[in-house]
Design a protein around this ligand. Sequence first.
Ligand SMILES: NC(=O)CC[C@H](N)C(=O)O
Length: 359
Amino acid sequence: MDAFLILEDGQVFKGKSFGARKEVICEVVFNTSMTGYLEVLTDPSYQGQGVVMTYPLIGNYGVCLEDAESVKPWHSAFIVRELSRTASNFRSEQDLESYLIANDIPGIQGVDTRAITKILREEGCMGGMITTNPDFDLDELLPKLKGYQVKDAVKTVSRKEKEHFPGDGLKVALLDLGTKSNIANSLNKRGCDVTVYPAFTAAEEILGDQPDGIMLSNGPGDPKECVSIIKEIKKLYDSDVPIFAICLGHQLMALANGADTRKMRFGHRGGNHPVKDLATGRVYISSQNHGYVIKKESVPKNLAEVSFINVNDKSIEGLRYKGKNVRTVQFHPEASPGPVDTAYLFDEFIEMMKGAKNA
Ligand SMILES: NC(=O)CC[C@H](N)C(=O)O
């Protein structure tokens, strides 16, 4: 069956429907990862987005559920050049199309993903619609797509109950803003005892459990939507418990300390983003998925300094808070998918917690 991707600027791409037969409006973004489509699908930070994969063949190794980064896929739609006709891997439990049908996510294949990516890169990410109905009326539709914004993003994806992943070592409280599983796994692997808290947990409750350190996770949507969470994060900051924050957590910590964020033109999504550690000059290849960024001029110089920048566009990729055990990064040290060059940051977090404990 034919399917259509309609962009808010009126451009229409015709392809074939796969996955769920469903009409959706979403924010259309692109991801340049060459592998790891299941991790991308199950990363809660993509909630409400239609993701264009620039790698042309998707689905060839099926769905290996042990690679999932959360309980289900969160995309509004999946947009690919070619859906592999065979799924071949000894770990695969089902093919991608059945997985998308089971999770009610529509896909479109056979569209020119290279052309779509070039449009998004030049004009910026846009609202879009995926539909199998050929009788759409662009005049009626385009105003609905223009400036489409994901709403209530963190509330939609965060877990509702506390969850405990035991370990013998340091006690870490992980605030689930839409966390990928590999954040808790990366801490567990290093011996940490991890308790995951729903996003709307009061700071007093987290601090009452006396963690050795706090992690703020990644998550979807516009960071400025998280008004009440930002207030709690400020209390966590003031507590002097060591904090490590990733992506949305990094943005919220900055907002809690008076900085500002802005929407990027097309964001950073993929497994090939170079970031530079300003202290050493060393460049790491990082995994990324974000559409917002901290405004450079807004960083309060008395409170924080830039620790990492993006080599391509020089945007802020990390902050170090002065006189505090608080480090935050815009990229994903937990990878999944993507390179693990920056996984050492979890070791640094553990050293920071040990240091604070022995002080
Ligand atoms: N992966 C993330 O945490 C993304 C953070 C935020 N939603 C953004 O797009 O910038």
